[in-house]
Design a protein around this ligand. Structure first.
Ligand code: ADP
Ligand code: 5GP
Length: 199
């Protein structure tokens, strides 16, 4: 069993400050939007996930992700330390549970940037969460962004595009869609949704 989270006392859902989940296909620009949000609105608390994926150039431990190996990830699961986790395109990703619950209990808005499977799991465990879907302006633009990022091999890009078809088909499960044409606009709209939820 995981150690209880400090301050994470159960409260009725309507008294919970809102948790906002940002999801969308790989390459749509989620990390770019979150990085912009961190720069312009450092007061917004963004969860840092654990992942077994290797860091990309420029990614720093504890900033974009907590980079862990398979054994460490197994332990996080076994100890109940993850609010949710999922396997995505060959790697595992999970949201540290205590940090999120403590922030919510402290009354702070919280942002998670996670995949579709994770968004569905959060909806089950925290039904009050607001799910925001980040959509590309078009399929061709999504392919251009994912390929243009230049961080994955052609095989991994293919795998991520396969997942993208599934993720795009699930858009209607989300409370709101934002189209990522302009990073600045999306970050502004996302912040507004976090402060004044649409549902
Ligand atoms: P994700 O985190 O969703 O996988 P990234 O944030 O890594 O996507 O963005 C993928 C690529 O698309 C990056 O090269 C990024 O610079 C670019 N990008 C993100 N948002 C936009 C945008 N609004 N217009 C043009 N390019 C964008
Ligand atoms: P990337 O490898 O491109 O950083 O992330 C791949 C996918 O994993 C993205 O859809 C991203 O949103 C998702 N992801 C990142 N962190 C988590 C997490 O903690 N849980 C889940 N379920 N997905 C995550």
């Amino acid at each position: 069993m995981a150690a209880p989270c400090r301050g994470a006392t159960p409260v009725p859902p309507h008294e919970h400050p809102r948790l906002t989940v940002l999801s969308g296909p790989s390459g749509v620009g989620k990390s770019t939007v979150v990085a912009h949000m961190r720069t312009v609105h450092p007061e917004v608390w963004v969860s840092v996930s654990a992942t077994t994926r290797k860091p990309r150039p420029g990614e720093r431990p504890g900033v974009q992700y907590h980079f862990v190996d398979d054994d460490e990830f197994d332990k996080l699961i076994a100890n109940g330390e993850l609010l949710e986790w999922a396997e995505f395109a060959g790697n595992r990703y999970g949201t540290p549970r205590c940090a999120v619950l403590e922030r919510l209990d402290a009354g702070e808005p919280v942002l998670l940037e996670i995949d579709l499977q994770g968004a569905r799991l959060v909806r089950q465990s925290l039904p009050d969460a607001q799910l925001v879907f980040l959509a590309p302006p078009s399929w061709d633009e999504l392919v251009r962004r994912l390929t243009g990022r230049g961080t994955e091999s052609p095989e991994v890009i293919e795998r991520r595009l396969e997942a993208a078809r599934v993720e795009l088909a699930a858009e209607s499960e989300f409370d709101t869609t934002l189209v990522n044409t302009s990073v600045e606009d999306v970050a502004r709209e996302l912040l507004a949704l976090m402060l004044h939820p649409s549902v």
